[in-house]
Write a protein that binds this ligand. Structure first.
Ligand SMILES: Nc1ncnc2c1ncn2[C@@H]1O[C@H](COP(=O)(O)OP(=O)(O)O)[C@@H](O)[C@H]1O
Ligand SMILES: [Mg+2]
Length: 240
């Protein structure tokens, strides 16, 4: 018998205009930082914005936002609590920061459950902080989330880009829209990522420099908004 939740999921996103997945080949390249800065900057421009943390293994957007103890409101599904003006959903609302060690099928099940119960209100943008790579979780999301568009984060390193290239090839092969690639933690303009990205047919959306002031702004969105990092992400967001 087919899973009835699968039929519900697309309708949960009916009122969301654009769904942007912030993704990468690897962890540690700045997905979560970029996802939060992007969401806050779009909100700052007067858009209605949601943030969905689907990195169940290493959820971290709540740490960047500096929020804890948020409780979703339950009523024929659940309504995301508001954090810094964002409709904000994360596994952390349920796991209270304990590890969530899930094997393949259980991980899929948890993602399906979260997507099936969450009721997104009218949003201009829903930003999704994705798990890294092209594992089961990412494949599930490609299958389950309607109208998903990808913003792919890499660092200037060939090691980061090599895994990003695989993600880009997969997305192109599956005909999933790619907004483009963001080169994060750039230290100089080498042109390497731009040239490599162009070879796949995707484009570089922009570079975000390494910014030593970012670390101290984790947990403090008002401080984050004053960083060069945030301004550069916001410029990219304004062009989406
Ligand atoms: N542009 C940047 N400048 C300096 N540090 C950054 C920048 N982008 C991300 N970081 C730092 O890099 C680390 C990894 O970022 P994170 O967003 O957790 O990556 P991911 O979600 O891809 O695993 C964090 O410590 C974060 O503060
Ligand atoms: Mg992350």
């Amino acid at each position: 018998m087919s899973d009835p939740r699968l039929a519900i999921i697309p309708s949960r996103f009916d009122k969301v205009k654009r769904i942007i997945a912030v993704s990468s080949g690897k962890g540690g390249v700045g997905k979560s930082m970029v996802a939060v800065a992007l969401a806050l900057s779009l909100r700052g421009r007067g858009k209605s914005v949601g943030l969905l943390d689907l990195d169940f293994t290493s959820p971290s957007t709540h740490v960047i936002l500096g929020v804890e103890g948020l409780v979703p409101h339950e009523e024929r599904g659940i309504t995301p609590p508001i954090a810094h003006g964002l409709a904000y959903m994360s596994i952390v609302h349920y796991s209270s920061d304990q590890p969530v060690p899930l094997r393949g099928a259980d991980a899929s099940n948890a993602i399906i459950e979260l997507l099936a119960i969450t009721r997104w209100e009218a949003l201009d943008y829903l930003i999704i902080d994705m798990p890294p790579g092209i594992g089961d979780a990412t494949l599930d999301m490609l299958r389950l989330i309607p109208r998903i568009e990808f913003l792919v984060v890499t660092t200037p390193s060939r090691l980061a880009y090599e895994s990003v290239r695989k993600l880009l090839v997969l997305l192109i092969d599956q005909r999933i829209p790619i907004l483009g690639v963001v080169e994060n933690m750039a230290m100089s303009r080498t042109g390497y990522i731009e040239a490599e990205t162009a070879k796949t047919g995707a484009r570089l959306l922009g570079a975000v420099d390494f910014d030593a002031s970012v670390e101290a702004a984790i947990g403090d969105p008002e401080r984050l908004e004053k960083t060069r990092f945030y301004k550069q992400v916001a410029e990219i967001g304004a062009r989406l």
